[in-house]
Design a protein around this ligand. Sequence first.
Ligand SMILES: O=C1O[C@H](COP(=O)(O)O)[C@@H](O)[C@H](O)[C@H]1O
Length: 261
Amino acid sequence: MAKQANLYSFPDTTSLAPALRAYVISCQEAGIARHGVFKVGISGGSLPKTLAQALLPEPSSEADTVKWDKWEVFFCDERAVPLDHEDSNYALVKKELFNKIPAGSPQPTIHPIDTGYLDDAQELADQYEQVLVRSFASRDSVKLPIFDLLLLGSGPDGHTCSLFPGHELLRETSAWVAPIEDSPKPPPRRVTLTLPVVTHAVRVAFVATGAGKKDIMKEIFEGDSGLPCTLVNMGTGERCSWFVDAAAVEGVSYPRRPFSL
Ligand SMILES: O=C1O[C@H](COP(=O)(O)O)[C@@H](O)[C@H](O)[C@H]1O
């Protein structure tokens, strides 16, 4: 039987953060061993705050070090807004995480969208796909980019990236980055990594915290819901790990794993 997604549950975000850090660092080391850099996709929403809690503390050892200068950061999805707009995922991740890396420390390479194309979501998506093409080699030589890690969130409706339940984008098989003009969650115009790209990553980690996620977590883990998060679970199996707090999975009957690398 195919191996299933790992569900790691912690009493709260304070205890979740060190495990998430250890996991991200192990993906970082695997990426550096594979190709000299760590290619990671980051989401918006509630994730960046928890990520900052995990990654910003001083390292306790060499093996515990976040090697920011090896990080090539992409966005799992982005809203078609200027980079300093309150809806921008770039602005959010910058405010919560990157601005807090001490000045003088090694800094990551960050790949935001090209805001010259905000009026045309298709063009915005095509331009961002070209950013991936340049980083992951040409589309002719690689069918799909292989991220070392994608860090995802789950909306209370089961969406992830800007892949929404029942949306036609879930059937996209060819594009790496796709436009969406009718996102049910504002703002409506966005770009997103497509499902084949998400499920092709070496590792995928969801972070979901708080009681507001409880109902959708039941649907994602207990049924054959067809929700975007469930499709990622099915497409990645044991390459997928969920880092959740107890409130988010209260009453969810799915085996928890003790966290280990
Ligand atoms: O709109 C978005 O929502 C999801 C989930 O956000 P959360 O606040 O419920 O964790 C997020 O992962 C995505 O990047 C964002 O654009």
